[in-house]
Design a protein around this ligand. Structure first.
Ligand code: ARG
Length: 460
């Protein structure tokens, strides 16, 4: 049974309305209205007295919104109309003058740009906090050996600090993406009108300065129909969410009994209602699972925009919910990641025991042979034979006798056993970006510098 069968007006209002979700743009709408009123005064459209009344009225509206006492009416289609309606109730008919030289098309684009500038700055801040925690952890665990994996098979040992810093650099790139998105959002759409520009030569630079924009949009049609800044945010958020998800997935594995590498803090994990021995890494699991939801925001908005002719179409109203949902969840995840990392404790012995497995040193034995002049492919074959012999006789590589190893290659001597001494394989990874201690120390330095640079970003 259709719900609106005999009430087509209600049906239209229902599908057309964005007030349920665009009310979060209210503070920006009020701020831009104040700046716009001043520009109208400069044009002579408003008298000083009228500007004063509008300013006072907008102040009262802002107070109501802040206090939660602003009452939204049934006829309020969106936040822009709701604010203008209330302003007119408070300030009288002069409220109707505020829409001179402004369309909801450039108005909503401006609100969104202001909102996104702020959210990008918040994302950078939150990322910097997560990076700080990672840096501290990496510093404190700089020389703790652990296995590094490929195909989730133990591949080559690394230092835990090195592994943690891998995430630091992911988040550093994310933060820089948000910083770029923020700059792109600092171009003012207001003053573009519905699509073609205004009948007044309004001082757009004045408005831009007042609202903290660094430039004005050079094309009115682009200004009202572009949602690039939202795409930029969502694209940065998608990549960031993928990083958070990989971190979450790793922490889930590491905190399992099978790995036993770390333990999450009590307040970010849960017990089981029927299995008292369990401690579930819930927050890490949710970091892992939120990524598709956040990343889908990009797909939704790209879908809304693709093929959309210029300039404004009501389709553009569908830019908001996916964006807001992504913002809320990304910010939540970043906070959770910071808290989760802050509460982790690592088990040095478990990590070291897992890293002590000798087979991952196979590549190093091959490199030893290469150092003695053997082509790598041939060395690879020799080591394959050594590994096979050790496995078949139930021994480790270092338990093979000097006679046995020489049968595989004349070049193998005492240095073979030295390579297999624990610690060797880590300290030999001396290339730039490798896990050798000296390189990790260098990396920690670089990370500290990167974080300091990020913190120099201008405030919201
Ligand atoms: N609620 C609309 C939106 O979010 C505001 C712009 C409406 N403009 C219009 N011409 N109907 O996009």
């Amino acid at each position: 049974m259709p719900r609106f069968e005999d009430r087509p007006h209600e049906l239209f209002a229902q599908i057309n309305r964005s007030i349920a979700f665009d009310r979060r743009l209210a503070p920006y709408d009020v701020a831009q209205s104040r700046a716009h009123a001043r520009a109208l005064r400069a044009l002579g459209v408003l008298s000083d007295e009228e500007l004063g009344r509008l300013d006072e009225g907008l102040g009262a509206v802002a107070d109501e919104l802040e206090a939660g006492s602003f009452s939204f009416g049934d006829a309020d289609e969106d936040i822009h109309m709701a604010i203008e309606r209330r302003l007119t109730e408070i300030a009288g008919p002069v409220g109707g003058k505020l829409h001179t030289g402004r369309s909801r098309n450039d108005q909503v684009a401006t609100d969104l740009a202001m909102y996104l500038r702020e959210r990008c700055a918040v994302a950078v801040d939150l990322l910097a906090s997560v990076m700080e925690v990672l840096l501290g952890l990496a510093d404190r665990h700089a020389d703790w050996p652990m296995p590094g994996y490929t195909h989730l098979q133990r591949a080559q040992p690394v230092y835990l600090g090195h592994h943690l810093l891998a995430y630091f650099w992911m988040f550093d790139r994310d933060a820089r993406r948000f910083a770029v998105a923020r700059e792109a959002a600092a171009v003012l759409p207001l003053g573009s009108g519905a699509l073609a520009g205004l009948n007044w030569e309004i001082d757009r630079d004045l408005v831009a300065r007042e609202l903290g924009f660094s430039a004005v949009a050079p094309n009115s049609m682009d200004a009202v129909s572009s949602r690039d800044t939202a795409l930029d945010y969502l694209s940065a958020a998608s990549v960031c969410a993928v990083h958070l998800s990989r971190l979450g997935g790793e922490l889930v594995l590491w905190s399992s009994d099978e790995f036993g590498f770390c333990e999450p803090a009590d307040d970010l994990s849960s017990g089981s209602s029927i299995m008292p021995h369990k401690k579930n890494p819930d927050a890490a699991e949710l970091l892992r699972a939120k990524a598709p939801r956040i990343a889908s925001g990009f797909g939704i908005l790209a879908g809304v925009l693709h093929g959309l002719p210029l300039a404004y179409s009501k389709d553009l109203q569908e830019d908001k919910e996916a964006l807001f949902d992504a913002v809320d969840n990304l910010e939540l995840c970043l906070e959770a990641a910071g808290a989760m990392l802050r509460g982790l404790t690592f088990d040095r012995e478990r990590l070291a025991a897992a890293a002590a497995d000798e087979f991952p040193a196979a590549t190093d034995i091959a490199d030893l042979l290469v150092g003695k002049g053997m082509p790598f492919r041939e060395a690879h074959g020799v080591v394959g034979g050594l590994v096979r012999q050790a496995l078949e006789s139930g021994r480790t590589l270092s338990q093979l006798t000097p006679e046995e190893i020489r049968q595989h290659s004349e070049l193998l001597d005492d240095s073979y056993y030295q390579v297999l001494t624990s610690g060797q394989w880590l300290e030999s990874k001396v290339s730039v970006g490798g896990t050798a201690s000296a390189r990790v120390v260098e990396q920690l330095e670089a990370a500290r510098a990167a974080l300091a640079k990020l913190r120099e970003q201008p405030a919201k």
